[in-house]
Design a protein around this ligand. Structure first.
Ligand code: MLC
Ligand code: AMP
Length: 495
């Protein structure tokens, strides 16, 4: 029988393999060594009192050990809940409480601020010290494998909706594994691949798409702490593939060192998490000869569509649905199927689609239909030949450098400041981040005071520009016209 859990498919086949898995700051870590680290982490979870199904919240810097915390959770059957390192202590406290996590692992520098909400262990940003690492060091490097099935929970990834607080998307072994299998095949990953991994490992893109596909193909990853232009340029000649958000590609294009010679040994560049402009796609091809392969996905669904490896990688489109994924374009009001060429909301169904939001049956029912179709909130048209072009969002969301900013959350924080009457947060085209958040505020308050009043929010959520006005544009129903604001501010960041 084909393996149907993450451990059986991704880890078990490599237990004794000396093949390289990670390269990190000049050091090589082979598969067998990495899996011994994972086993130590699995034993350390057990030593800390966690059993199968318990949640662990992990807010740590990127390092091989941090990746082993994920692998160890898979082995121990612990549900993995990774968090953006930019989240503030207040934000972390919410995720921890909402998920009922048994343990939080964070950077030692935040330990004090996060104490009080339950057990805390630490791992330093470079992965070289911390109380969880100490606990791992005391463990055996073999560990039992928790009994898990394809339908048991592997991870809880928080993602905000347009209203209220963040929701934990429940992802099973089947969700994650089926997607990795589809992508490995579609993108032709093999054991000869060396992936430049410059993404964060707290989101679907860097944690699941990049890592699971590589593990499944028995390839290797050159792990960089973050996207650093010089480091990526230095690494390109030794790599075969890269996955990135559009900002990676626009930053590379802004550098004269990017050319055909530098990328001669690369076989594939993949982009996703935010719209890649057709213009960026075309410039990249003109400069390097490579056609970026764009795909589309979401925390709740992993990847749903992709351009082909062989065949037409069509600029400005996100390609066709993955083989096992059904995709429909539906009328956002009535839910009726729309014919090719008409704009509607993307709905998807398949083994990639999550199981619902943790402890939020009502929210789940709003977005996940009884027949299994998930309402993504992305607006698109589909061509007769299946290619999907995303044209906008029905949900009020700003995507900045591939990170989601929920206007409602920022508006609530602004509206709570003394002197503020109301506010509107919009996404405005930004040459580096794709979009940047801008706040338009009504009230007796200075822009700097608004800015300094938002320190409880992670920095990437804070508006890049704050403007105080006498009133917000409204339609006849009294609803704030964000479209009008986006239009009047469209050139704010034009270089
Ligand atoms: C950093 N900053 C950001 C930001 N990233 N602000 C807005 N949006 C962002 N994305 C802030 C920093 O705190 C800093 O603030 C300032 O901007 C300058 O930072 P920088 O050095 O220019 O940014 P950098 O560290 O280079 O990061 C930019 C980035 C990074 C685009 C490389 O954000 C990144 O790797 N993004 C990828 C996110 C991702 O993986 N998304 C996938 C989600 S999964 P200050 O105040 O200190 O100056 C998903 C599903 C799918 O969407 O389909 O994949
Ligand atoms: P997240 O909730 O962080 O998983 O972000 C998912 C959202 O990112 C999707 O709903 C889309 O709006 C957006 N997204 C992902 N990939 C693409 C893409 N290739 N083009 C346009 N938008 C994308």
């Amino acid at each position: 029988m084909a393996p149907n859990t993450l451990y059986d498919a991704l880890f078990a086949p490599h237990m004794d393999s000396a093949a390289p898995f990670l390269e990190w700051q000049g050091r090589r870590i082979g598969y067998a060594k990495f899996l011994r680290l994972a086993a130590r982490a699995a034993n350390a979870y057990a030593a800390a009192g966690l059993g199968t199904g318990d949640r662990v919240v992990v807010q740590v810097g990127k390092s091989p050990i941090a990746l082993a915390l994920y692998a160890g959770a898979v082995q121990a059957g612990v549900v993995y809940l990774p968090l953006n390192t930019a989240y503030t202590p207040d934000e972390v406290a919410y995720f921890r409480e909402d998920s009922g996590a048994r343990l939080l692992i964070c950077d030692p520098v935040s330990e004090q601020a996060l104490a009080g909400g339950g057990p805390v262990l630490t791992l330093a940003a470079d992965g070289d010290s911390g109380s969880f690492l100490d606990l791992m060091a005391k463990q055996e490097d073999v560990a039992p494998v928790a009994e898990r099935g394809p339908d048991t929970l592997a991870a809880l990834l928080y993602t905000s909706g347009t209203t209220g607080r963040s929701k934990g998307a429940m992802l099973t072994h089947r969700n994650l594994l089926s997607n990795a299998q589809a992508l490995r095949e579609l993108w032709r990953f093999t054991d000869r691949d060396r992936l430049i991994h410059a993404l964060p490992i707290f989101h679907t893109h860097g944690l699941f798409v990049a890592t699971n596909v590589t593990l499944l193909a028995r390839g290797s990853m050159i792990l960089l702490p973050r996207f650093d232009l010089d480091a990526v340029i230095a690494t390109l000649p030794r790599a075969t593939t890269m996955m990135g958000v559009p900002t990676f590609y626009t930053r590379l294009l802004d550098d004269d060192r990017l050319d055909r010679a530098l990328t001669a040994d690369m076989r594939l560049f993949i982009s996703g998490s935010a719209p890649l402009l057709a213009e960026t796609h075309d410039r990249f091809t003109a400069r390097t000869g490579h056609r970026i392969l764009e795909r589309y996905g979401m925390t709740e669904t992993s990847m749903s569509t992709s351009n082909p490896y062989e065949g037409d990688r069509r600029a400005g489109t996100v390609g066709q649905p993955l083989p096992a994924t059904e995709l429909k374009i539906r009328d956002p009001e009535t839910g009726a199927d729309l014919p090719p060429g008409e704009i509607g909301v993307i709905e998807v169904r398949g083994p990639n689609v999550f199981q619902g939001y943790w402890n939020m049956p009502d929210k789940t029912a709003e977005e996940l239909r009884p027949d299994g179709f998930f309402i993504t909130g992305d607006l698109a048209v589909q061509a007769e030949d299946g290619y999907v072009t995303i044209v906008g969002r029905a949900k009020d969301l700003v995507i900045s450098g591939g990170l989601n900013v929920y206007p409602k959350e920022v508006e609530e924080a602004i509206d709570a400041l003394p002197g503020v009457v109301e506010s509107a947060v919009i996404g405005v085209p930004h040459p580096d981040m794709g979009e940047a958040a801008v706040a338009v505020v009504v009230g007796d308050i200075a822009p700097d005071t608004v800015r300094s009043g938002l320190s409880g929010l992670a920095p990437f959520k804070q508006p890049r520009h704050v403007e105080v006005v006498s009133e917000l544009p409204r339609n006849t129903m009294g609803k704030v016209q964000k479209a009008a604001l986006r239009k009047s501010h469209a050139r704010l960041f034009a270089s």
